[in-house]
Design a binder for this molecule. Structure first.
Ligand code: HSE
Length: 404
């Protein structure tokens, strides 16, 4: 079977490497040898073995009937969307690791794939090497999924881990993450939560079977998390993680990306460094957790190649048949409930009566060595209710959501 790879960046070169290193077992499992015939890239790679496969004109791939699977690992929405669409219309299955593309055009591309009796597969777009889409789509099919809470961005998890354990500040840990090659080319997508937002939109679409628009998911990143916030987390025997979550509230789903205080008992508490994890609660299954490498060349390429094998094995079968184009209206964030840690400038003795009168039965927090401010944790209340109450306090320095 001949395939083409679009993009010879980190993931693209990883795909070629996985296919080479594990050639024999991949041939056994796919039932046929899988050969990369073309690699599309704007660049040339003189002196490298890959150069003999490099082409610059996408039409060569489209017009070659020998190419049965196209692997899109270029990233970005365009021209990836046009290329993928054309490949599917030309009756070639497509495998991608591109979360921006899947979150924006996933349901349309799946419809195009179905119409043309080919597959559109995207396991690597969420959680890198963690097989979470396949688990949700083909293993946990007996359950109503009530909650997904994920650490879905390796860069920010690395940064939160360093800030928590080493007391390092935000700017220092961002530079380290970039130096280690974890961050996206523009780290805004990581630190402002946009990357995690697209990934939770895909997971929410998979569990609901409907289209969840990422633009409608409330998204707050980690760029405002400070050394002081981590002191509060320590005083509360908690940590702070960037959590992308999706919860069933009655017959509606809510979704959100934000830094959340997690207690030490929470399964995501000890997911550290660049690792990702997805915590899943099913109405029959109870709790399950999927953990592994969420980014990086070979883990991501491993998921891409597994999809290539799945496409090779399922040439007459629709694999991703659980996501339709029907739009899902998410629950309004202001109607979702939780507790909130509020950091206040000033003196607790002066403000506590007003706080107790407004917020009810709060728990005060005073991290050791931190002066001129104090904190309190509210009882469970809706975000809308919190915002109305918080509105009259100029002393609020920061609010962080608290997980259970
Ligand atoms: N920048 C992303 C991360 C890469 O840090 O998780 C994987 O999507």
């Amino acid at each position: 079977m001949k395939i083409a790879v679009l993009g010879y960046g980190t993931v693209g070169s990883g795909v070629v490497e996985v296919l080479e290193v594990n050639r024999d077992l991949i041939t056994r499992r796919a039932g046929k040898e899988i050969d990369v015939k073309y690699v599309l890239d704007l660049r040339d790679f003189p002196g490298q073995k890959i150069q003999e496969k490099i082409i610059h004109d996408y039409n060569v791939i489209l017009n070659d009937p020998e190419i049965e699977i196209v692997v899109e690992v270029m990233g970005g929405v365009e021209p990836a969307n046009t290329f993928v669409s054309k490949a599917l219309q030309a009756k070639k299955s497509v495998v991608t690791s591109n979360k921006a593309l899947v979150a924006k055009h996933g349901s349309e591309l799946l419809a195009t794939a179905r119409k043309n009796h080919v597959n559109f597969l995207f396991e690597a777009s969420v959680g890198g090497g963690i097989p979470i889409l396949r688990a949700l789509g083909s293993s946990l099919t007996a359950d109503e999924i009530e909650e997904i809470a994920g650490i879905l961005n390796g860069t920010t998890n690395y940064m939160m881990t360093k800030m928590f354990y080493e007391g390092a500040d935000y700017e220092t840990v961002l530079k380290e993450a970039q130096a280690n090659g974890y961050a996206e080319a523009d780290p805004t997508a990581d630190v402002e939560g946009y990357d995690a937002c697209r990934k939770i939109a895909i997971l929410s679409s998979i569990i609901s079977g409907k289209q969840v628009d990422f633009e409608e998911i409330y998204t707050e990143g980690i760029s405002k998390i400070t050394v002081e916030d981590m002191l509060y987390a320590k005083a509360m025997k908690m940590t702070i993680k960037l959590i992308a979550e999706c919860k069933r509230e009655g017959d509606r789903l809510s979704a959100c990306v934000a830094p959340v205080m997690l207690p030490a008992e929470h399964p995501l508490y000890s997911v550290n460094d660049v690792f990702n994890a997805v915590f899943v609660k099913g109405n029959m299954l109870g709790d399950a957790m999927f953990y592994g490498s969420g980014a990086g060349k070979l883990p991501t390429a491993s998921a891409v190649v597994a999809d290539v094998i799945a496409a090779a094995l399922n040439q007459d079968k629709d694999v991703m048949n659980f996501w339709t184009g029907e739009k899902l209206e998410l629950e309004d964030r202001r109607d979702t409930s939780r507790r909130f840690l509020v950091r206040m400038a000033g003196n607790k003795e002066e403000l506590q009566n007003r706080i107790l009168a407004d917020f009810g039965d709060v728990t005060f927090v005073q991290p050791e060595g931190l002066t001129g401010e104090f904190g309190f944790v509210t009882p469970v209340m809706t975000e809308g209710c919190y915002e109305r109450k918080a509105d009259s306090y100029e002393e609020i320095l920061h609010m962080i959501r608290v997980g259970e």
